[in-house]
Design a protein around this ligand. Structure first.
Ligand SMILES: [Ca+2]
Ligand SMILES: [Ca+2]
Length: 105
């Protein structure tokens, strides 16, 4: 299951309030920053729901829900901030390399 990839599931208390989401902090809280590149790639695959090879803004919005169906969706502000933090080449999508660089840096 998806949540086994994380040390802590998002949802209950984790960045629950709207506009409180901070992706870097989230990766640390969930223990993702200590995972192997292969595991981070698995997480990327979960987030890339349509298997396009990229995480689009529409998919990013449901970031928290991919790990815990009871979690909230990200606000537009959070989604945009998340996207711009990860999207190095500014094509409006997060590629596997960009995701990995962001999580593990
Ligand atoms: Ca996709
Ligand atoms: Ca990109």
């Amino acid at each position: 299951p998806y949540s086994s990839l994380l040390d802590q599931r998002p949802g209950k208390n984790l960045q629950r309030a709207p506009d409180s989401f901070n992706c870097k902090k989230f990766f640390q809280q969930c223990g993702l920053t200590k995972k192997s590149p292969a595991e981070v790639k698995k997480v990327f695959g979960i987030l890339d729901n349509d298997a396009s090879g990229f995480i689009e803004e529409e998919e990013l919005k449901f970031f928290l829900q991919r790990f815990n169906p009871g979690a909230r969706v990200l606000t537009e502000k959070e989604t945009k901030a998340f996207m711009s933090a990860a999207d190095d080449d500014s094509d409006g999508m997060i590629g596997a390399d960009e995701f990995q660089a962001m999580v593990l840096s």
